[in-house]
Design a binder for this molecule. Structure first.
Ligand code: MGD
Ligand code: MGD
Ligand code: SF4
Ligand code: MO
Length: 702
C-alpha cells in the first residue's frame, strides 16, 4: 500500500517542503508540497535525488576502519572508543592543538549536527578549528557582526515586497538562493517584475539569473568593491541618503567614499559611469529597494568590503528593516540566542598569523598547519560533513597533507577524495531516515514559517543518526576529558537529549511559544507571516545603534584603492571564477545517476573571442595554469562569459584512487580548487579568494 509522507528537502538553503510516496518501504515518488507556506510547492531536480541517496550502494551504513588490506567494518561502540583513544593519544604527545577539525556544509542542513556536534568539537579543546565558512559566507558574518552586533544577524532581501532588487555575485536560479532562503526564487523574481519592480544583476557571467533580470552588467571579477563604493558615493553626493535615527558614522562613510566617483569605478569595474550613476539614483529613488550580494562578492579579494558596502547601501537608503527592503527574520527557535555574537582575532594561526573569527581559523591555512613542523602542528584531523580536498583552495596540497597525519576520522556517508585518507569513517543516516527542524535557514528566510518533519523511513537497526554518532563520540571523549565533574555531567546530559527535545524546548521559549506537537499537527508547516520591522530593539550592539564605519573595514579601503587602481592584467591573463548548476551539489551527489545525466557540466566556459585569440576551439582539451597548479579540462565557447574571464565549477575531479563513488568517477572534469590559491585571501578575515584567480589557458599537450 502506498502512503504519502511530508518532509523537507535539506540539500540546499531553500528547504523546500516535499511529499514522499512510500510503497512497501521504498520511495516511489517525490514531489513539491503545495501546503508548505514557504516553498508553496517548489522543488528542483535535486529533491528527486533524495531517493538516490536513500538507495545508493556507495553509501556506508556501518563504521569502517582502514587497514593494510582495505576497509573493514567495525561496531559502533568499538569505533567510538577507538577514535576517542586515538585522538586523546595525539593530544597527549603533541598538545591539544594537534587536532584539527573541519566542518563542512551539510552540517547546517542537519538538525542533529546543529544540536549535538558543537559539544563534541568543544570537548576537543583545540584552536585549530576550520569550516566551510571561510570559503563561503564569512564576510557576511563579519559585516553583520560589526554593524548589528551579532555574526548571524543577517538581513535578507524582502523579495516578495520589494520594488528594486540589486543582485551581485549570486545566481539563485542555479543555487536556489543562499544566505537568503527563498524557495522558488525564479517565481518570486517573476512576481516582483509583474508588480512593476526591477531586477538588476552584476556578474562577470550572463547567468541564468541575469537572463531573467531587467538589466545585467558584466563586472571584472574582484572589483565590485569599487562599484559599491561608487553607488554609496553618488547617493551621498546627491543628498538622497535617509538613514534611520539609530545610525551613526555617515560622515565618515561620506569621507572614505569621496574618491570613488562613478568614473573612477568605471575604469576599474568595466561598468559604464553613466550606468553606475543611474543605478545609484534608481536604487535611492525606488519605493523600496534591496541589495543582495552573495558568493561572487564574498569569496574574493575584497569580500569584507563588499559585504559591508552592501549593508551600508541598504542602511543609507532607509531600506534596512523596512518592508520591501532588507529585513530580519524572526524564526520560531531563536538561533541567535544560542550562538555567540562573534569575535575576530582572539588568536591567530600559527604559521601565517591569519585571525580566527567566531572561534575558527581560515581554511586556507589548514594544509600549512598540517605540513609545517613545530609546536602546535596538526597531527590528527576530524572532518565532519566536509570534502575540503575538493572544496578548499589548493586542495591538491591538502590532499597530500592529509596523508601525513597520525590519525584521521571522518563523519561522512561516503569514501571520497577527503575521507579516503581517514583511518575511521562514521557514516550517518541519510536525510529520509531523519527527523528535521531547520535551525539554520528559518533564520535566513524571506517569510517567517516553522515546520517539523518526522522521518519518512525508519532507520535500519545497524545505522546511526548523526546526533547519535556525536553522542557516542562525545561520551567516549568525555571519559578522558579534564574539567570538573559537574561540567562533565552537564555535557553528558546535553548529549543525551534528542534533537527533538532540544528543538521542542527552543520552540517553547521562542517568540511564538510553539512546540513540536503543535507543529506536527499543521500540514506543511505553520505560517507566521511576512517579515516585521524589529530595529533598533533587536540590535545586538551595546548602545542599540548602528555604527556604519568600523575601523576594520576603513583600514582596508586603502588596499582596495591601491590594488584596484593599479591592476592591469597580463596580456594573455584571464581571471577564473566559479559556477553552480541546478543538478549539481558542491562536491557530492555526482554519483546520483538521476542528477548527472544529460550534458556534461564541468567544462571551462570561455568567451569565443578569448578562444580565438589563443587559437583554441570549442570542445578542445585545454590546460589551465595558476600560481598554485595546472589542470586539464575541456573548454566550451560561451557568449555568457565576459571577455577576459573564464568559469569553472568546483567540486569535480573525482577520479582519484581509493574513492568509492561509482558514477562520480565516470564524470570527467578536474578540481577548480587545484587552481585556487591558499595564499590568495581577503586578509581582513582570511576568507579564500576563490573568484578572480589569475590563470592562463593553453592547448593541452597532445
Ligand atoms: N572554487 C570554489 N570552491 C568552493 C566554492 C566555490 O564556489 N568555488 N564554494 C564553497 C562553498 S560555498 C562551500 S559551502 C564549500 C563546501 O565545502 P564542503 O562542505 O567541504 O564540501 P561539500 O561538497 O559540501 O561536501 C559535503 C561532504 O559532506 C558529506 N555529507 C553529505 N551529507 C552528509 C550528512 O548528512 N552528514 C554528514 N556527516 N556528511 C554528509 C558528503 O559526502 C561530502 O563529503 O565549498 C566551497 N568551495
Ligand atoms: N544547484 C546547486 N545549488 C547550490 C549549491 C550547488 O553546488 N549546486 N551550493 C550551495 C552553496 S554551498 C552555496 S554557498 C550557494 C551559493 O549561492 P550563489 O552565491 O547564488 O552561487 P553561485 O552560483 O556560485 O553564484 C555566484 C555568482 O557570482 C559570480 N561571480 C564570480 N566572481 C564574481 C565577482 O567578482 N563579482 C560578481 N559580481 N560576481 C561574481 C559567478 O559568475 C556566479 O554567477 O549555493 C547553494 N546552492
Ligand atoms: S531547491 Fe532543490 S535542492 Fe534546494 S531544497 Fe528545494 S528541492 Fe531541495
Ligand atoms: Mo556554501
Amino acid at each position: 500500500m502506498a502512503t504519502v509522507r511530508r518532509t523537507s528537502c535539506n540539500l540546499c538553503e531553500a528547504i523546500c517542503g516535499v511529499l514522499v510516496t512510500v510503497e512497501s518501504g521504498r520511495v516511489t515518488d517525490i514531489r513539491g508540497d503545495e501546503a508548505d507556506p514557504l516553498s508553496r510547492g517548489h522543488i528542483c531536480p535535486k529533491a528527486v535525488a533524495l531517493r538516490d541517496l536513500q538507495e545508493d550502494p556507495d553509501r556506508l551504513t556501518q563504521p569502517v576502519r582502514r587497514t593494510a588490506t582495505g576497509w573493514q567494518e567495525l561496531g559502533w561502540d568499538e569505533a567510538y572508543a577507538y577514535v576517542a583513544s586515538r585522538l586523546r593519544a595525539v593530544q597527549e604527545t603533541s598538545g591539544r592543538n594537534a587536532i584539527g577539525v573541519y566542518l563542512g556544509n551539510p552540517n547546517v542542513h542537519s538538525v542533529g549536527a546543529m544540536t549535538h556536534m558543537p559539544a563534541v568539537v568543544r570537548l576537543l579543546k583545540t584552536r585549530n578549528r576550520f569550516s566551510a565558512t571561510s570559503v563561503d559566507q564569512l564576510p557576511h558574518m563579519l559585516a553583520v557582526h560589526l554593524l548589528y552586533g551579532h555574526q548571524l544577524m543577517v538581513p535578507v532581501a524582502d523579495i516578495d515586497r520589494t520594488s528594486y532588487l540589486l543582485i551581485l555575485g549570486a545566481n539563485p536560479l542555479a543555487s536556489n538562493g543562499s544566505m537568503m532562503t527563498a524557495p522558488g526564487f525564479g517565481r518570486r523574481l517573476k512576481e516582483l517584475r509583474k508588480r512593476g519592480g526591477r531586477v538588476v544583476v552584476i556578474d562577470p557571467r550572463r547567468t541564468e539569473t541575469a537572463a531573467v533580470a531587467d538589466e545585467h552588467h558584466f563586472v571584472r571579477p574582484g572589483t565590485d568593491a569599487a562599484f559599491l563604493l561608487a553607488l554609496i558615493h553618488q547617493i551621498l553626493l546627491d543628498g538622497s541618503a535617509r538613514p534611520a535615527a539609530y545610525v551613526d558614522g555617515l560622515d565618515t562613510v561620506e569621507e572614505v567614499t569621496r574618491e570613488w566617483t562613478p568614473e573612477r569605478a568605471a575604469s576599474v569595474t568595466g561598468i559604464a559611469a553613466g550606468d553606475i550613476r543611474r543605478i545609484a539614483r534608481e536604487f535611492a529613488a525606488a519605493e523600496t529597494a534591496a541589495c543582495y550580494g552573495r558568493l561572487g562578492v564574498s569569496t574574493q579579494q575584497f569580500g569584507a568590503i563588499c559585504q559591508w558596502a552592501v549593508q551600508v547601501l541598504n542602511v543609507i537608503t532607509g531600506n534596512l528593516d523596512r518592508p520591501g527592503g532588507s529585513m530580519f527574520p524572526r524564526p520560531a527557535v531563536d538561533t541567535l540566542r544560542g550562538i555567540g555574537r562573534g569575535h575576530l582575532g582572539a588568536w591567530k594561526s600559527r604559521v601565517r598569523s591569519l585571525p580566527e573569527f567566531g572561534g575558527e581559523l581560515p581554511t586556507s591555512v589548514m594544509a600549512e598547519e598540517i605540513l609545517t613542523p613545530g609546536d602546535g602542528q596538526i597531527r590528527a584531523m576530524v572532518t565532519i560533513a566536509g570534502n575540503p580536498v575538493l572544496s578548499t583552495p589548493n586542495g591538491r596540497r591538502l590532499d597530500e597533507a592529509l596523508e601525513t597525519l597520525d590519525f584521521m576520522v571522518s563523519v561522512d556517508p561516503y569514501i571520497n577524495e577527503t575521507t579516503r585518507h581517514a583511518d575511521v569513517i562514521l557514516p550517518p543516516t541519510p536525510p529520509l531516515e531523519r527527523e528535521h527542524y531547520d535551525l539554520a535557514f528559518h533564520q535566513l528566510a524571506v517569510r517567517n514559517t516553522a515546520r517539523w518533519n518526522d522521518a519518512v523511513l525508519p532507520r535500519p537497526s545497524e545505522s546511526r543518526h548523526d546526533w547519535e554518532i556525536f553522542r557516542g563520540l562525545g561520551l567516549a571523549l568525555l571519559g578522558s576529558a579534564g574539567g570538573g565533574l559537574r561540567q562533565k555531567a552537564i555535557t553528558a546530559l546535553r548529549l543525551r537529549l534528542s534533537p527533538r527535545r532540544v528543538v521542542d524546548l527552543g520552540l517553547r521559549v521562542g517568540p511564538y511559544r510553539l512546540s513540536v506537537r503543535k507543529l506536527r499537527r499543521s500540514a506543511g508547516g505553520v505560517d507566521l507571516g511576512p517579515l516585521q520591522p524589529a530595529l533598533p530593539g533587536a540590535l545586538y550592539t551595546k548602545n542599540k545603534r548602528i555604527h556604519l564605519a568600523p575601523a576594520l573595514i576603513l583600514d582596508d579601503l586603502p588596499r582596495a584603492a591601491s590594488v584596484l587602481l593599479a591592476a592591469a592584467p597580463a596580456d594573455d591573463g584571464l581571471l577564473l571564477i566559479g559556477r553552480r548548476h541546478l543538478r549539481s551539489n558542491n562536491s557530492w551527489m555526482h554519483n546520483s545517476a538521476r542528477l548527472v545525466k544529460g550534458k556534461p557540466r564541468h567544462q571551462l566556459l570561455m568567451n569565443p573571442a578569448d578562444l580565438s585569440a589563443r587559437e583554441l576551439s570549442d570542445g578542445q582539451l585545454v590546460e589551465i595554469t595558476s600560481a598554485s597548479g595546472v589542470i586539464s579540462v575541456e573548454v566550451a565557447a560561451s557568449n555568457e562569459m565576459m571577455p577576459g574571464v573564464v568559469s569553472l565549477p568546483h567540486g569535480f575531479g573525482h577520479n582519484r584512487p581509493g574513492t568509492r563513488l561509482s558514477v562520480a568517477n565516470q564524470v570527467a572534469g578536474a578540481s577548480a580548487n587545484d587552481l585556487t590559491d591558499s595564499a590568495f585571501t581577503d586578509p581582513v578575515a582570511g576568507t579564500a579568494a576563490l573568484n578572480g584567480v589569475p590563470v592562463t589557458v593553453t592547448a593541452a599537450p597532445a
